[in-house]
Design a protein around this ligand. Structure first.
Ligand SMILES: *Cc1c(COP(=O)(O)O)cnc(C)c1O
Length: 425
């Protein structure tokens, strides 16, 4: 007799009876351990360091409080994320505001809250921020987002002179970055602190970060020679999570060491001013801690496939449909039974591409069984939609045998609450 699968000491079958399916459950201890690991290992005698959690991976009050308690800062990319962060009690000074098209309203909200850093993306935004800061009489520290010409994605990274990224200013575009630095310099309210770059996601190659740091080193030297002091390097996120057996992320300790040693070497070799180094992990903090639990519905055999349908799909996890992301799963009621069947796990959304796992190896499954899909903690809830009005899934945090509901299920009442018949003109 095999046992029912547990997370954080909580029986998933019992939890399903309480909150219904599908639901997303986080192993709270795993999130804490990841936060602690980054905090513990991202230290260096040569630098002040800061770990900033990228909220876009998964954001709610619970995670904001955990991030703050762990001593980390928080990245936000919109007024909405900023509001959630402030509501949950994150001190504004620990918040970093990102985005390539921050609206005047968002910039105003960031200035009024007094965020720690605004990361400038382009010269127009910089001018608008200077005007708003003047009007509101607010000082603000800024970083400049640089496109370092290093692009990393999973197992490869490339160094290119020209990439048409929508983010930041190319390191090679001297006129471009000079225009922004001069605008900052001309404002008594804006204070240039340093550079930001983010080279990709799900990165397995430590050399990609070394290439990024080399590019930032060369650019910082150039800026320094022109009289601009670059005191901060924010190296972005992109640290990989383990989705399937094929993924072997660089251990946190190793990637932190690689990054800080590379920064130290650049600083020494080029006599740079860099005093502080920041990183912005998102996926690697929450990804592996999350699991989505579905109920198995009907089955269908086609000449090439044995379909197993679940009661969610691309509305709660768009990643397989969006970029062929791979996932593993477990039969909740029989986690130790040999996986001698192969199923195509499909969702219930009206899209042929709504397939969560192409080839899932499982024991024989039947209608009413529960299926746990692993590593759904990052970019699943935050990218979830109302497609087909399935309702966003509830979110549970589990630790030491206790389970806490932190986001309730979205229901039909929530859908109709936003509807109105309001005359506008
Ligand atoms: C998305 C993003 C991150 C986090 O990326 P992960 O791959 O989740 O670690 C960090 N910084 C910036 C600027 C980002 O856009």
């Amino acid at each position: 007799m095999s046992e029912v699968m547990q997370i954080g000491g909580v029986d998933l079958r019992r939890l399903a009876q309480k909150v219904g399916t599908p639901f997303l459950i986080y192993d709270e201890t795993k999130v804490e351990q990841k936060l602690q690991a980054f905090r513990h290992h991202f230290v260096h005698p040569e630098f002040e360091t800061q770990v900033v959690y990228a909220g876009k991976a998964f954001l709610c009050g619970k995670i904001v409080r955990m991030v703050h308690e762990a001593g980390c800062g928080l990245d936000v990319v919109s007024g909405g994320e900023l509001a959630v962060a402030l509501h949950a009690g994150m001190p504004a000074g620990h918040i970093v505001m990102h985005g390539n098209n921050k609206t005047p309203q968002e910039l105003t909200a960031a200035l009024e809250a007094g965020v720690g850093l605004i990361v400038l993306d382009n010269v127009q935004e910089c001018r608008a921020l200077a005007e708003l800061a003047q009007r509101l009489q607010r000082h603000v520290n800024v970083l400049l987002r640089i496109n370092p010409g290093v692009e990393a994605h999973t197992h490869e990274y490339i160094v290119t002179a020209h990439i048409d990224s929508k983010f930041g200013v190319s390191a090679a575009d001297t006129k471009g970055w000079e225009a922004i630095l001069k605008t900052v310099e001309a404002s008594p309210w804006l204070h240039f602190r340093g550079l930001h770059a983010h080279i990709g996601s799900q990165i397995f190659e430590p050399q990609a970060f070394e290439a990024e740091i080399e590019a930032l080193g060369a650019l910082s030297k150039e800026m320094q020679e022109k009289g601009y002091s670059v005191g901060v390097w924010d190296l972005g996120g992109g640290f990989a999570a383990r989705y399937t057996e094929e993924d072997a992320p660089i251990p946190v300790e190793q990637v932190c060491k690689t990054i800080l040693n590379a920064c130290c070497a650049q600083k020494a070799a080029l006599s740079l001013d860099v005093q502080k180094v920041m990183i912005e992990p998102g996926r690697s903090i929450v990804g592996e801690a999350g699991t989505t639990v579905y109920t198995v519905g009907w089955f269908k055999s086609t000449p090439g496939k044995e379909y197993l349908f679940v009661d969610g799909g691309m509305a709660d996890n768009i990643r397989p449909a969006l970029y062929q992301a791979k996932y593993d799963c477990t039969a909740v009621d029989a986690p130790n039974t040999p996986a001698d069947h192969t199923y195509t796990v499909a969702g219930k959304c009206c899209e042929s591409g709504d397939i969560l796992i192409e080839q899932a190896h499982l024991p024989e499954m039947k209608t009413g069984d529960l299926l746990a899909v692993h590593t759904t903690g990052a970019y699943c809830y935050s990218m979830s939609s109302n497609y087909n009005h399935l309702g966003r899934v509830p979110v549970v945090f589990a630790k030491d045998g206790r389970a806490e509901l932190v986001i309730r299920r979205e229901t039909a009442q929530d859908f109709v609450r936003l509807e109105c018949q309001e005359a506008l003109e």
